[in-house]
Design a protein around this ligand. Structure first.
Ligand code: FES
Length: 116
């Protein structure tokens, strides 16, 4: 991304294979943010790991974010489904709302949060 500086290092890019997601805790104490990064079509998408319905984390167990068919991000609590590409909720109690986006990018084989 032009003009973007490298931010917090999350992991090696190959640890997030196509169609899969991974969760991260960034920072500590009151500044801690839980986020997830998912790869689709070779692109990385980052979101705050908090469901718009109740604020619960989305994952069933650590790093289990995908729906059984692998097409959507899925909330473990009440089954809301979110588009991978923009975090928009297409089904469930928070339909029409969206996950909060976190800009991420692959910088030289490492996934980082993009500082703007
Ligand atoms: S907390 Fe996510 S669907 Fe209810």
């Amino acid at each position: 991304m032009t003009g973007a500086k490298g931010g917090d290092l999350l992991c090696a890019a190959d640890l997030i294979p196509e169609g899969q997601a991974r969760g991260f805790a960034v920072g500590s104490g009151a500044g801690r943010r839980d986020i997830l990064v998912v790869r689709r079509g070779g692109q990385l998408f980052g979101y705050v790991n908090s469901c718009p319905h109740t604020g619960s984390p989305l994952d069933w167990t650590p790093d289990r974010f995908m729906s059984p068919d692998g097409q959507h991000l899925m909330c473990a609590t009440h089954g809301a489904l979110f588009r991978v590409e923009d975090g928009y909720c297409v089904s469930g109690p928070c339909a029409g709302q969206s996950l909060a986006q976190v800009p991420v990018a692959d910088h030289g084989g490492h996934v980082r949060i993009v500082n703007r």
